[in-house]
Design a protein. Structure first.
Length: 272
């Protein structure tokens, strides 16, 4: 097909080179990230392998950091709060670039499975996506694609990736995003999916989701949308099941398991 032909002709390498050569141009970086996402998603695992060889992930990560003003520990200026230099400051300069990069990270995780998800996480993808979502007055479309990317990373990367997300307070960010997008069904669905997938990967993740108010947020969203909320209801059920499974697992930390179980006992099915 067309995507396979473009990949075979070096399209991913060209898009990567363009993003790197025009690191101060939001529009060129957006188009490059969009092309990378399209080619990887349509081309599958083989295209994802080509993207890795071309350095596309590094290029997308650089573009996303540029869009959100993200800085590493070494780049943070002395005397300023680190969070203000990690996407917590002014409104995003170019939401379209952030959306394109989030879609590209999602596509790489979807196409490559565990390998892609762990590579994105290892390069700081979770931290930067969360920085994007923390931006004040963030565009709903950006929140949708950022949460979609996180859900894919959690699903394909498993417990190691989720463990990193727990340490970065991902559940709190997802719940806060749902609160900012009440009535926006697609955003609420994607955030609910990320929370449920996160909770399906260990007791610490269950507790993180519960402590952040994730269970109540998903339930309230499903009730609010009623008959239009089939997907939300599905993710509520997945989340509920993860909480129950987490409370019944043998754990080296029984207090944590008891805490999860105690909250699970309070869960009622929607409609009861």
């Amino acid at each position: 097909d067309v995507a396979t032909a473009i990949v075979a002709e070096g399209g991913l390498a060209v898009a990567t080179a363009a993003a790197r050569a025009h690191c101060e141009s939001s529009s060129i970086q957006e188009q490059a990230a969009s092309l990378i996402a399209l080619l990887v998603l349509d081309g599958g695992a083989a295209a994802a392998d080509k993207a890795r060889e071309a350095g596309a992930l590094d290029a997308v990560m650089s573009s996303l950091k540029f869009a959100v003003g993200f800085k590493t520990e070494e780049e943070i200026e002395p005397g300023l709060e680190p969070d203000l230099q990690r996407g917590g400051g002014p409104a995003p300069a170019d939401p379209a670039l952030e959306q394109a990069c989030a879609r590209a990270l999602w596509a790489m995780s979807e196409a490559s499975g565990e390998l892609g998800a762990t590579e994105v996480a290892a390069k700081g993808g979770i931290e930067v996506l969360l920085a994007v979502m923390r931006q004040p007055d963030q565009a709903h479309e950006t929140l949708k694609w950022s949460s979609s990317a996180l859900q894919s990373l959690f699903m394909n990367g498993g417990e190691l990736v989720v463990e990193a997300a727990v340490g970065l307070h991902a559940a709190e960010v997802l719940v806060a995003s749902m609160a900012r997008c009440i009535g926006r069904l697609e955003v609420e669905e994607r955030c609910a999916a990320a929370l449920a997938t996160m909770a399906s990967n260990g007791t610490s993740a269950v507790l993180s989701v519960l402590d952040s108010g994730g269970l109540m947020a998903v339930r309230e969203a499903a009730e609010r949308h009623g008959d239009a909320a089939d997907n939300l209801l599905h993710w509520f059920q997945v989340l509920n099941a993860a909480i129950e499974d987490g409370s019944s697992e043998d754990s080296d930390e029984p207090d944590e398991a008891d805490a999860a179980g105690g909250q699970a006992l309070e869960v009622q099915s929607i409609g009861e």
